[in-house]
Design a protein around this ligand. Structure first.
Ligand SMILES: C[S@@+](CC[C@H](N)C(=O)[O-])C[C@H]1O[C@@H](n2cnc3c(N)ncnc32)[C@H](O)[C@@H]1O
Length: 282
């Protein structure tokens, strides 16, 4: 039903004059996103919840529809980015002999650079989307990076049970928490200590709306939260949190400060980087 509605809306959109679409689009990237996909997906998520399923199951099922091969992934311009994340980590002290854990590795946009830089066997990560991990494995084979022996888990919750008993020098999480409901973010920020040693540094980067001090759920899967919310929520979960956004390196894959969204241009995106450590005297 969703597909039929979506196709009908697209057909209407094609004949609708731009002068009418522009005000309807407002702060959103399309009229159908604002009035069709967003409300319908929100209804679908609410229904799934009533049936006892978690939001992350809905999200993983949605992303798993992408059956791109490793070879096709190599052609995607997005794979030319991600090195700015390695640069930020290096500015904060990452060296090849360190161990790095990535929460939400996706199809390895940034992981390709982390794995190439780190010593063999020093990278581990997870993602809830099996197809993304599969396509990244194929990509790594093509790029000759498989012999770096990265460890990658396909997961179904935020427990970190799959790496229980191990800690990492650095933990990276880029553009992942913005795709999770508040309670799931708090779950990650509480459980992350399970893989942290006293010296571990957990870095998370995400986008926010410049000048907005409240949370905006932009689409069914995109939450814009102020940097302070991530700092305060981390502290409420027992971590020491510091805004280190000045350590960010802006490259092809990053959202430069004040990138406008939608037609109205009122929403502008910025990027923040938060550093979390364990308290000295817990
Ligand atoms: C926008 S992508 C970012 C991927 C990668 N970090 C990057 O910067 O290219 C978001 C990824 O987060 C993953 N994700 C969302 N919720 C997750 C969770 N609870 N645990 C692990 N991965 C998750 C999604 O499957 C998706 O691959």
């Amino acid at each position: 039903m969703m597909r039929t509605l979506y196709r009908s809306a697209q057909a209407i959109g094609r004949v609708c004059p731009e002068a009418l679409k522009k005000p309807l689009r407002g702060e959103y990237d399309s009229v159908s996103n604002r009035f069709l996909e967003r409300p319908l997906f929100l209804a679908e998520i609410a229904l799934q919840r009533l049936m006892g399923h978690r939001y992350l199951e809905w999200y993983a099922a949605r992303l798993n529809k992408d059956e791109t091969t490793g070879r096709e992934l190599a052609e995607r311009p997005v794979m030319e980015s991600g090195d700015e994340d390695l640069e930020a980590l290096r500015r904060l002290g990452l060296e090849p002999h360190h161990t790095l854990y990535e929460f939400g590795l996706g199809f390895g946009r940034s992981a390709q650079h982390f794995i190439a830089y780190l010593d063999q066997g020093h990278y581990a990560g997870n993602d809830i989307t099996a197809n993304r991990v599969r396509m990244f494995r194929e990509y790594l084979d093509l790029r000759g990076l498989a012999d770096k022996q990265p460890e990658m888990h396909v997961t179904r919750d935020n427990s970190f049970d799959w790496v229980a008993g191990r800690t990492f020098d650095y933990i990276w999480c880029g553009a992942v928490l913005c795709h999770m409901p508040d309670e799931d973010v708090a779950e990650v920020l509480s459980n992350i200590r399970r893989i942290m040693a006293p010296h571990s540094i957990f870095l998370m980067t995400d986008t926010h709306l410049v000048g907005q001090d409240h949370i905006v759920r932009y689409t069914s899967k995109d939450w814009f939260r102020p940097a302070n919310w991530y700092r305060e929520t981390g502290e409420a979960c027992g971590l020491v949190a510091e805004d280190v956004s000045d350590m960010l390196s802006f490259g092809k894959g990053s959202h430069h400060v004040a990138t406008p969204l939608g037609e109205a241009g009122g929403f502008k995106m910025g990027t923040h980087l938060i550093k979390y450590t364990l308290p000295e005297n817990p």
